[in-house]
Design a protein around this ligand. Structure first.
Ligand SMILES: Nc1ncnc2c1ncn2[C@@H]1O[C@H](COP(=O)(O)OP(=O)(O)OP(=O)(O)O)[C@@H](O)[C@H]1O
Ligand SMILES: [Mg+2]
Length: 236
């Protein structure tokens, strides 16, 4: 078994990376062995969520590690890839060497985007970094995940359409809408699947099944030690 490696990455903070990471990890862990890696020190909000969760559940199939450097991330993936079905990685709210290393080690990078103009200002720069990573990691697929979507809001629909037109990256059809359940469940160490909002729960199940369709046939990632890969990790 070689774990499928999924990173949640964006150059911006507060877009829902940790929320999506936690919810996907719990959903996958219902039928698979999942390791989460929190790459966002010193904030470590995924780790804080997991600590709260550990007091609630005797967890099966879900563990968490932390990585603050590319070397530590590589070490974890090399050590545990054969022991898990999925490794789900939460990125920092800015691009650093660990985030760049994530791009080279992943089968799938999920880029959360909120449909407002301000949220997508930095997106083009991040997208070019992803295309550079694709040239170094042939296994890499990237998908936008629209998050905090407000239905029937014209400006949101226009932003989503403009990204569909201008970006080479495609988006999951499965969008996550703005729902209090995402905030409240995370604060209590839960996923929306364990909460009281069936719509949010259905959104996450539907997204996780779309992810499986994208990733299940993915080839294993070959960790490149080439000088081009090392330069990318250091400088972008
Ligand atoms: N679909 C959603 N509906 C409502 N609130 C959401 C949704 N997704 C995330 N949030 C909330 O948005 C805030 C930011 O989410 P989160 O911490 O997951 O983002 P992040 O990208 O990990 O942030 P950071 O970059 O600071 O680590 C949190 O308060 C979270 O509860
Ligand atoms: Mg976070």
């Amino acid at each position: 078994m070689a774990a499928k490696i999924i990173s949640i990455a964006q150059a911006k903070g507060g877009v829902g990376k940790s929320t999506i990471c936690a919810n996907l990890a719990v959903t996958f862990s219902q039928s698979s062995k999942v390791m989460m890696i929190d790459c966002d020190p010193p904030q470590l909000s995924l780790s804080a969520w997991f600590n709260i969760r550990s007091d609630l559940y005797e967890e099966t199939g879900l563990v968490l590690e932390q990585a603050g450097t590319p070397a530590r991330l590589t070490q974890l993936i090399e050590k545990y890839s054969e022991s898990f079905d999925y490794i789900v990685i939460d990125g920092a709210p800015h691009v650093n060497s660990t985030v760049r290393a994530m791009l080279l080690m992943s089968n799938l990078v999920i880029v959360p985007l909120a449909p407002s103009s301000v949220e997508i200002w930095s997106f083009a720069t991040f997208e070019s970094l992803i295309h550079k990573a694709e040239s170094l990691n042939s296994a890499l697929k990237t998908k936008i995940c629209w998050n905090r979507v407000r239905r029937r809001v014209k400006s949101s629909e226009e932003v989503i359409q403009s990204v569909a037109k201008d970006s080479k990256l495609s988006a999951f059809k499965n969008q996550l809408t703005f729902r209090v359940a995402y905030m409240d469940s995370f604060a209590e160490g839960c996923s929306v699947y364990e909460w009281t909002d069936p719509v949010a729960s259905a959104e996450i199940w539907s997204l996780s099944s779309a992810i499986k369709r994208v990733i299940n046939k993915a080839e294993p990632v070959k960790l490149s030690k080439s000088s081009a890969a090392q330069t990318f990790i250091k400088k972008g």
